[in-house]
Design a protein around this ligand. Structure first.
Ligand SMILES: [Zn+2]
Length: 119
């Protein structure tokens, strides 16, 4: 229950953990490709606001997010840095790099919790 106002750095991930998440996200691409998703088809990514290759798109609530952005989102989630997909999408749309911890909007995001370090 101790929550001090130290900089909310989140957890840091080992390179192994990062690679595991990236590998898991790549599976979505491969799965889409085996399900005859056309590699050349493109979808609009709500996060980076660009047309991106359709295979690997992930749907979060009402957003569709390209594989690259989704990977970034999952990494941020794993580090305890982000709340909802909507928050992530808004942040990307404003061209922010993923450093939204000072955002006052965060208090409105009910899903956001700083995971206490287990030490
Ligand atoms: Zn994207």
């Amino acid at each position: 229950m101790v929550r001090e106002s130290s900089p909310p750095a989140g957890r840091s991930l080992s390179s192994t953990q990062v690679r595991a998440i990236q590998a898991a996200m790549r599976l979505f691409v491969e799965e889409d490709l085996t399900e005859s998703e056309e590699p050349s088809r493109r979808l609009y990514c709500d996060a980076c606001q660009r047309a991106q290759p359709a295979p690997g798109f992930i749907r979060y609530c009402r957003y569709q997010i390209c594989n690259g952005c989704a990977t970034e989102y999952e990494l941020a989630q794993a580090r305890g840095l982000t709340g909802s997909a909507g928050q992530f999408v808004r942040d990307r749309q404003f061209g922010e790099t993923f450093d939204l911890l000072d955002s006052p909007e965060f208090s409105e995001t009910s899903g956001y919790q700083v995971s206490p370090a287990s030490s």
